[in-house]
Write a protein that binds this ligand. Sequence first.
Ligand SMILES: Cc1ncc(COP(=O)(O)O)c(C=O)c1O
Length: 365
Amino acid sequence: MSVPFADLQLQYRFIKREVDGAIAAVIRDNAFIRGPYVDAFEQQFADAVEVKHCVSCANGTDALYLAMAALKVQPGDEVITTAHSWISTSAMITHAGATPVFCDTDGWTFTIDPAAIEAAITPRTVGIIPVHLYGQPADMDLIMAIARKHKLWVVEDCAQAHLARYKGQQIGTFGVAATYSFYPGKNLGAMGDAGAVVTNDSALAERMAMLARHGGLVKHQHRIEGINSRLDGMQAAILSAKLPHLTAWTRARQDAAKIYDAGLNQIEDVVVPSVAAERSHVYHLYTIKHPRRDALATHLAASGIQTAINYPTALPFLAAYSRLKHRPEQFPNAFRDQSRILSLPMFAEITSDQQNEVINLIRTL
Ligand SMILES: Cc1ncc(COP(=O)(O)O)c(C=O)c1O
């Protein structure tokens, strides 16, 4: 039995009528850019995330840029983020005009180590971008306490963690703004690129919306210089069709994680994901650690089991950051993990038979 890493076709088959209807409605109404479907999704997503404003945009990378540009990040500023993430998190710090300052992860949740944040703060630090990596919230109490103490803003990168909670509070509501990706494979995914930034700050929301729409909200009234980063009507309508399913899909991912946990826990050499107390993990990715990661991936691939490495090189060690001259001993956890992590097939519709196949094959390495 082969097992895909994710199965978007299967998801589509379950909700075909809703998705096809949404696409047809956008075509019928000629509502390709902005319009009622985008407005509706922004309101629905703001409600789902329990915030006042949702500013939709073209993707989760732009969402990070829009947040930082609206916060008026300046050349010379430093923004602290995690060593273990997708490159968008740090690349947008640079594109917004600042310098990314990396911190190591805590060694057990794959999220940024709050103690490392304290140590990285300088007089130039303006903000912190924690990433709720793989779907597990970062330690927001400690991060917010550090931010308050040093008068820094916090923008949460929620690209992998839709609807996750920290101590009962929805992530995305701790910082001044939070960014989301709706890349197709995400827990809430469009059928193309899509993203959003959310906030409870009305002035910030307006500025981010202006920046995303050529610097103005009224045609030909460009109050500032912006970019073109719009969510299109088709993607908005598809996301609105999918959003009502997100809670059930999240629960299905969490149930699937329990099956993996139970099956893999007894296998020597496998370290299953640790979830900190009072954090709900939404398992965008189910990532284990294994000392012979590459051999395991090859062994699984030989039997048709797809896996992924998220990510093979930690951010400080990418060629894109060679200018910062980072050394492995500065980020020991992120450095060690990059050669041990392996993400297993994980999607809401995965069956226990598929999971048992994966577990049994891991046992036979
Ligand atoms: C942690 C993180 N941040 C940002 C992004 C960027 O999102 P997008 O691919 O929609 O630009 C992603 C998604 O790939 C991500 O995983």
